[in-house]
Design a protein around this ligand. Sequence first.
Ligand SMILES: Nc1ncnc2c1ncn2[C@@H]1O[C@H](COP(=O)(O)OP(=O)(O)OP(=O)(O)O)[C@@H](O)[C@H]1O
Length: 309
Amino acid sequence: MNSLIEAIDVYKSFNGVKAVNGVDLRIRPGQFTALLGPNGAGKTTLVEMIEGIQAPDHGEIRILGRPWKGNEQYLRRRIGLCLQETRFMDKLSVWETLRLFASFFGLGKARVKEILALSGLAAKHSQRVVHLSGGQRQRLALGISLLNNPQVLLLDEPTTGLDPNARREIWSILLDLKKNTRTCLVLTTHYMEEAEKLCEHIQIMDQGRVLREGSLQDLLEDTQAEKIIEFTIDNPDHAGPELLENAPFAVQWDSVAGRGTVAISDIEHQLPVFLDFLKNRGLHLKNMECRRKTLDDLFTEMTGRRLHD
Ligand SMILES: Nc1ncnc2c1ncn2[C@@H]1O[C@H](COP(=O)(O)OP(=O)(O)OP(=O)(O)O)[C@@H](O)[C@H]1O
């Protein structure tokens, strides 16, 4: 079997809102894929159709080569889910919670111990779930989704709202999984860094469609510009729409933040031209930083909006 997950020309609308508007997705064993996009892009709706929670209006979903219809029990035993927020029974301890979920799959204490170790919760095994931190709760949810050694793992924004340390702990569990198993993963995220760290394949979504897809390298090399110059100016009130219209390169100017970015591919020759342009307009450069291009920049180029607005 080539693909563990196949979504073929899938559509889903809610009261006229086209949440998913003709999307294809194919994921091979061992492949980690990120669905990256802003709020309302359609990521959750797509993942819920893959999870079998929603049915597409049109198109086909196949998991492990089978449609959900008629294969519910077979597929539930082989996939792992971690939704945006997992509800636990607060009075149960971590150990009791894992034992409960393990019993659904007929698994015993040995697997629960493995999951405690893998999710870094061994020291917390007797703690009530209500007293766990946000990061620990999320690691417990991830541990539960891995109990049945799933062939397909689906994570909906697994690290939203977590602090950077807690986020890195989740990443470390997922990177170990990637190293040691053939589980394939689809995760939705707003965080470019998360997509970049974990996933070799990225689909950028907006308004129900896939705008671009490929490896991070493919996506960023797809456009000619290699570097992003971020700049602020001393007299930002002078930087009106003409900065965008007549600049020698594509300038994105954020008048609220008083900050601009420009993408250039040949620093040696193009940077002096840009600096001359600012000077000729009477704009005084205050600060300037050169950095590599990110998926956020690519998204802005494609849509005129930022991923995090
Ligand atoms: N059950 C529903 N009823 C009505 N509209 C819905 C429903 N689910 C999703 N939508 C709409 O479909 C669009 C896509 O939503 P979806 O939650 O899939 O986006 P998302 O990319 O996951 O966003 P977020 O990152 O905020 O979770 C949005 O306009 C949303 O309001």
